[in-house]
Write a protein that binds this ligand. Structure first.
Ligand code: NAD
Ligand code: COI
Length: 332
């Protein structure tokens, strides 16, 4: 059996080596290149491809992979919003993702950023760096005094909710499908609007479903939020109208913004702009603000998560190659 992997990064190689040692019967070949119509032929002769990228898995790309003889594709991440499922269906693709590799990685990142933002950590650090050691006016807001609104109570949202409760915050939650255990605790409100009206911190933990929840946070929904609220988007950039957030930061409607995912991130994040400067002036401006915490889609990026992403995706690739349906197959 042969598996061909695309987009393998150096930090994934130790996990890949572990996996290979445990599966000496499987031939593994890989490239650092992403899967594109041009690189699809590299997988020729493989039983399954293992992939991760933010570039689209377009009809053209999937067709090129199918022409190379590979229609089993295992993603090393959760999000499947960049797959042309109509094309995948027409080409009879088997697809898996890794829906749960470490909810804690993303939830913990969001929680750390919320606490840092409420603490005005950037403001204080910038003052200290300038040797301005005065207290005022950089006073902190304690997490336990906030009402934290969790939008989406799936794997990540639930861990985030628990961490916030650990800090002592009151939590309210909204989900189109409620979690039965959580429901017993009485945290749910009935509508997104209610959550926005009640929360000091609004944190998004939902998938982006094109045509369903594009820019669910926009000028209209921001207007429903409390004054001085904090918005957290560690889910998908397209859930948020960034221009509306910038306007709300300018008008001081929002106290701050935690942004790990950005609508313009493809081709921008995970690249070094330190020498030539960032072309995206809106992103450049957000990064420079003391009340905005930008990270380049690294909420997931922990040693624990990377190992799970590699191991689970390769296991699924083997299952597909054996004609089985892995538990993490995407139903579409
Ligand atoms: P999940 O599927 O376990 O949970 C998502 C929840 O959102 C579900 O309970 C679902 O019912 C709910 N939901 C869907 N649409 C909704 C809507 N319009 N309004 C309210 N609730 C809605 O997913 P998860 O593992 O918790 O991941 C959540 C999202 O986090 C992923 O879809 C992905 O976009 C994002 N993510 C980001 C990173 C990162 O590194 N920043 C990493 C992994 C996942
Ligand atoms: C996902 O798993 O869908 C993510 O958002 C993290 C990705 C950058 C690996």
């Amino acid at each position: 059996m042969k598996i061909f992997a695309y987009g393998i990064r150096d930090d994934e190689k130790p996990s890949l080596e572990d996996w290979k040692s445990a599966h000496p019967d499987v031939e593994v070949d890989y490239t650092q290149d992403l899967l594109t119509p041009e690189t699809a032929a590299l997988a020729k002769g493989a039983d399954s491809a293992v992939v991760y990228q933010q570039l689209d898995y377009s009809r053209e790309t999937l067709t090129a992979l199918a022409e190379a003889g590979v229609t089993n594709m295992s993603l090393r991440n959760v999000g499947t919003d960049n797959i042309d499922f109509d094309a995948a269906k027409a080409l009879n693709f088997n697809i898996s993702n890794v829906p749960v590799y470490s909810p804690n990685a993303i939830a913990e990142h969001a929680a750390i950023q919320v606490a840092a933002l409420l603490s005005q950590a950037k403001v204080m650090e910038n003052k200290v760096q300038k040797r301005d050691l005065r207290w005022e006016p950089t006073i902190r807001r304690e997490v336990r005094d906030q009402v934290v609104g969790v939008v989406g109570t799936g794997h990540i949202g639930r861990v985030f909710l628990q961490i916030m409760q650990g800090f002592g915050a009151k939590v309210v939650a909204y989900d189109v499908y409620r979690n039965a255990e959580l429901e017993k605790t009485g945290v749910y409100v009935d509508t997104l609007e209610e959550l926005l009206e009640q929360s000091d911190v609004v944190s998004l933990h939902v998938p982006h479903i094109p045509g369903v929840n594009d820019q669910m946070i926009n000028a209209e929904t921001i207007a429903k939020m409390k004054d001085d609220a904090v918005l957290v988007n560690v889910s998908r950039g397209l859930l948020v109208d960034t221009d509306a957030v910038v306007a709300a930061l300018d008008s001081k409607k929002l106290f701050g913004f935690v942004m790990d995912t950005y609508e313009g991130e493809v081709g921008v994040f995970n690249k070094d702009w330190s020498k030539n400067g960032l072309d995206d002036k809106r992103l450049d401006d957000l990064i420079s603000r003391e009340n905005v915490f930008v990270t380049p889609h690294t909420a997931f990026y922990t040693t624990h998560a990377v190992q799970e992403m590699v191991h689970q995706s390769f296991d699924a690739a083997v299952a597909f190659a054996n004609g089985e349906t892995p538990a993490i197959a995407v139903k579409y």
